[in-house]
Design a protein around this ligand. Structure first.
Ligand SMILES: [Zn+2]
Length: 447
């Protein structure tokens, strides 16, 4: 792979010390970060195959979207007025049309989601849905990095649950990509609400046997806790701990209703993390807000996620940092309880840590994969400021991302996708979208 020099930019390394390099440079070789440094120390440009002079740009690690369902772009704008964080809202807006979704719908939908994520600076994401094999193929075409959790919903049908478990086992065995960009996990949708205790225990054993993680919705809808409190006298989080869930890697989305005892469960688990989806939480109208500060104070990894774009309605992780910060201020009743630098960490290295990928991505350090974005700060809205992270989080936009690399491969150049033209992706998606919703309408007329 060609050698590349990114030169002359402000660099947020997001390393442990939070190093910011002014007028800095990064060299890339073999898809990895070979070296980096401040102004005045750059190697000779003629020693590189490609040189990007990025004066006026901010370079940072690619953003990590810690929770989404990429195929659900098909529902964008189709769930307005419905909370997607209650069983009733989800069932009405999503589950009923989802029953006519076919594997062939998924590829074009996921490709458009990946395009939107890449163009706004996301290089890695955590996915949980059905049609995991079709999703994997589409993500691989995009070049993105992803953890893809095979979504399992039992909904009282034990035979279906066991059949899904077998498929999940096969998926985990087959889908780890040779370039390491795609990592398969297991995704019990929302424990106890739609997975039985027997199935949950089998999912834990499957994760343990394959050394993979479990990605799920937790304390997302009010049903999570009401059902387990009735049955076991425990919150869903505590019931899961009792069943051994937290003995393997657990990455939990939303976590709106965690009690202090639930937070202790996360804190004592060997590898538990939370995807704080601030926009989706606000949009749902639910009173609960993820206790991100309390979790972080206890040492729990808190990452940021958009959730699906029917519940957000965008993949812009720069906007998500802003909303996460604003919502935390509101919840804690004080100004900015999370610093902008920490919000950047949550959208990068903490996301990577939640997915077990922090040795590979999430910060700009020698030896890590070159998952890098360059944001153009020359436009209106980016005036001088003493704090570059605050400028990015509270004044920035994913629409100003200009270049994106994953594992040293440039996937966005000058705001355009490199592997496949956006117009081609949009066109295939439009055809799929029309066919899908025509099928939904036909099914509704028959019902
Ligand atoms: Zn979700």
């Amino acid at each position: 792979m060609a050698s590349v020099l990114l030169n002359n930019a402000t660099i947020l390394t997001v390393d442990r010390a939070g190093t910011v390099l002014e007028g800095g440079w990064i060299s890339i070789a073999g898809g990895r970060i070979a070296a980096l440094g401040p102004a005045g120390s750059a190697p000779a440009p003629e020693d590189f195959d490609t040189v990007h002079d990025l004066d006026g740009h901010l370079i940072m690690p690619g953003l990590v979207n810690a929770h989404t369902h990429a195929a659900m772009i098909l529902f964008r704008g189709r769930a307005e007025g419905q909370s997607l964080l209650t069983m009733e809202g989800w069932y009405n807006a999503i589950r009923e049309p989802e029953l006519v979704m076919e594997g062939s719908d998924v590829g074009p939908a996921v490709e458009l989601s990946c395009a939107e994520m890449l163009l706004s600076g996301t290089t890695a994401f955590c996915e949980q849905y059905f049609f995991a094999s079709e999703i994997t193929a589409a993500v691989a075409r995009s070049g993105m990095r992803a953890v893809i959790a095979y979504g399992i919903v039992e909904l009282g049908d034990e035979a279906h649950g066991l059949a899904e478990l077998d498929k999940a086992r096969a998926f985990i065995g087959q889908q780890r990509s040779s370039d390491g960009r795609i990592v398969p996990w297991i995704g019990p949708h929302a424990p106890y609400v739609d997975n039985s205790e027997t199935l949950l225990k089998a999912e834990i054993e499957l994760a343990r046997a394959h050394g993979c993680g479990l990605h799920l919705h937790m304390a997302a809808g009010p049903e999570d806790n009401t059902q387990t409190l009735e049955r076991y006298g425990l919150t869903a989080t505590q019931a899961l701990e009792q069943d051994g869930f937290f003995s393997v890697r657990v990455h939990a989305a939303h976590c709106l209703d965690l009690s202090p005892e639930d937070i202790e469960v996360f804190a004592r688990a060997p590898a538990a993390s939370v995807a704080y989806c601030a926009s989706a939480g606000l949009r749902s109208g639910r009173a609960g807000i993820c206790p991100a500060i309390a979790l972080r104070d206890k040492g729990v990894t808190v990452a940021l996620g958009t959730d699906n774009v029917a519940a957000n309605n965008a993949y812009d992780m720069i906007s998500e940092m802003r909303v996460a910060g604003l919502v935390a201020s509101h919840r804690e009743n004080r100004a900015q309880p999370i610093s902008s630098a920490d919000l950047v960490r949550m959208a990068t290295i903490e996301g990577a840590r939640a997915l077990g990928l922090d040795g590979e991505t999430g910060s700009l350090e020698v030896g890590k994969a070159a998952d890098i974005i360059a944001i153009d700060l020359s436009g209106a809205g980016y005036s001088e400021t003493p704090d570059i992270e605050t400028l990015l989080v509270y004044s920035g936009s994913g629409r100003d991302v200009r270049h994106v690399w994953v594992a040293g491969e440039q996937l966005v150049a000058d705001r355009k996708l490199v592997r496949k033209d956006l117009a081609e992706i949009r066109s295939a998606y439009s055809t799929t979208y029309e066919a899908f919703w025509t099928r939904v309408e036909t099914a509704r007329k028959v019902a």
